[in-house]
Design a protein around this ligand. Sequence first.
Ligand code: NAP
Length: 675
Amino acid sequence: MSAFTLKNYACGAWTEGSGVADIASAVTGEIVARGGSGGLDFKAMADFARDVGGRNLRKLTFHQRAAIAKALGSAIMERKEELYRLNFLTGATRKDGWIDIEGGAGTLFSMASKAKRELPDDFILVDGAVEQISKEGSFLAQHVYTPLKGLALHINAFNFPVWGMLEKISVALIAGVPSIVKPATATAYLAEAAFRVLIETGKVPDGALQLIIGSTGDLLDHLTGQDVVSFTGSASTAAKLKSHPVVIRESVRFVAEQDSLNAAMLGPDATAESPEFQLFVKEVVREMTVKAGQKCTAIRRALVPAAMLDAAQKAIAEGLGKTTIGDPAREEVRMGALVSLAQREDVRAKVAALKTEAKVVYGDAPSSDPIGASAVVGAFVAPMLLRCDDPWTARAVHAVEAFGPVSTLMPYKSLDDAIALCNRGEGSLVMSLFTNDPDIAREVVIGAGSFHGRVIVINRDCAKESTGHGSPLPVLVHGGPGRAGGGEELGGMRGVKHYMQRTAVQGSPETLRAVTGSWVKGAATEATPPHPFRYRFSELEIGKTVETPSREITLKDIEHFATFTGDTFYAHMDEAAAKANPFFPGRVAHGYLILSFAAGLFVDPAPGPVLANYGLDELRFLTPVSPGDQIKVRLTAKSKKKRNDEYGEVRWDVLVTNQKGESVATYELLTMNAM
Ligand code: NAP
């Protein structure tokens, strides 16, 4: 095949750059692509992102941006076979490519649907509750998020050229921040092809996405405090970029995902016969060989009780022995090649460092006869299991990451010792624990949680459905402290917020209502007829209110409710026992009775735009209701969230008061209203 030329996508145009690098196939060593970024005007790209892309994105609501993310995911799925063909050139099998390509599309889908559910169809995101910071309630505060007015520079690693790009784009796009993507050169041809798919949808607003093939030139010189750098790669590059004078001077947000000595721990409760032992062995083997071990989350250290060391070594070696290595396009091949011959050299050098403290007990040779390929021109390497009998004085095994199919097995003496060894990685993306003892799980999470971005506990009950040690999920945070870079990505809408600024806004209730688009206690209400339930979603205005007449609650009501529902709790039925309770003056009404009677007071019963009661939030019972008390309700439209073209969710503020004007109950009622 003839090598193709990769292009940058700069200022809205596909542009060939100079300073071209040749990129070789991981499998055959042939040059498959060429590309460079020489000649690009990086300042113009930064300006274009901010002035054109940012403006275009910020004209759209969260929901409109989420719809674009979903459309991009669909386009990747429709054209995935084009990407799979290139995926093989990177040394990855189809299964590896599935994680990268379909996992990338899945991340766009997941983020888009979460954004539609959890973010408003608006330009501003409210964070937490209104803070009451004045006695009379005329001066309040509300935290809000708004999108940064800068750009996101995404510098990605070579191992997941599609997923790595899409997971970062998904959150920046939904936040409303334009991205400039710089894929790793070794697999830039696959990233470029996936990027092309995105642009060719015609759905990406001008300036929202740009691509750099090769060097980022002087781009970092043009960053400001409104920009975000999200970096994935080695600790040394991260350190270099983080300490760039402009990054420091402008306090540019810098998210780093870097090396990680992830651990898997076999619990002290496991025996050679227990299912958890088998699961542990299977997971270590899988994590060593998926993507030829070039996964930031791969298991680098496998910790087992000292007495289990030999059994674990034997079982893992047996598992590794079943790994077929070769041309990743072949169906019978389970493990392909490393990304390049240079990467293989790097892995060999790292293994040499590990060998000063550990001995290779499986795979101490390069793969000499990969199926359908050559180990001379292709970057093939056999999986290597090392064993370190003294992990307590060893240093390299806890610090040197061989970014290939390499893992070190080590013993521990007690659970405390295992936790201490685990934490010797000085911060990692993930650790897994294989135990069937929940107390051990709790101890490990308390002892090791602060050193890990994710802890996965696997036992016989959840193994079948487990997503596995090495899989970051869009809804869970991906990142880790210390050596892992100190960054955090994804985690549902947490990831979106990394591209937004949180601001505490202080002002009057009316001001906060206008700023947030959400009714705030103390802001004006509109109580004239018709009843708020008569308005369609699109017509209902925030602040629309109904105030009901009073209703007396009698002892007969309470007794009827008790016998009817079966809730004969003593506080409702036994005067003396209720009186002895520190909260009640005597027999009181059920909380649920108050809710039911409140609904009876505020509901407008005839068929209309209100389709369903969707639930209650923030319910609190504040003052007991005694027989003879009178209650009334104020129901106010607080906020609205469109769900689809047919209906949306309305959040109502509900306040139940008694004849003395005391608050009896407060809550937020959710209804689904027709458009
Ligand atoms: P690397 O050399 O640090 O490269 C990472 C990225 O940084 C590449 O896109 C690279 O571009 C770019 N880069 C290098 N120098 C740069 C500079 N001066 N200015 C701007 N960009 C620059 O890392 P690698 O060795 O390819 O990747 C493997 C490492 O990534 C492993 O250590 C692995 O643990 C880590 N990783 C971490 C995660 C995670 O989520 N924590 C995920 C995957 C990988 P070029 O390719 O053009 O040099």
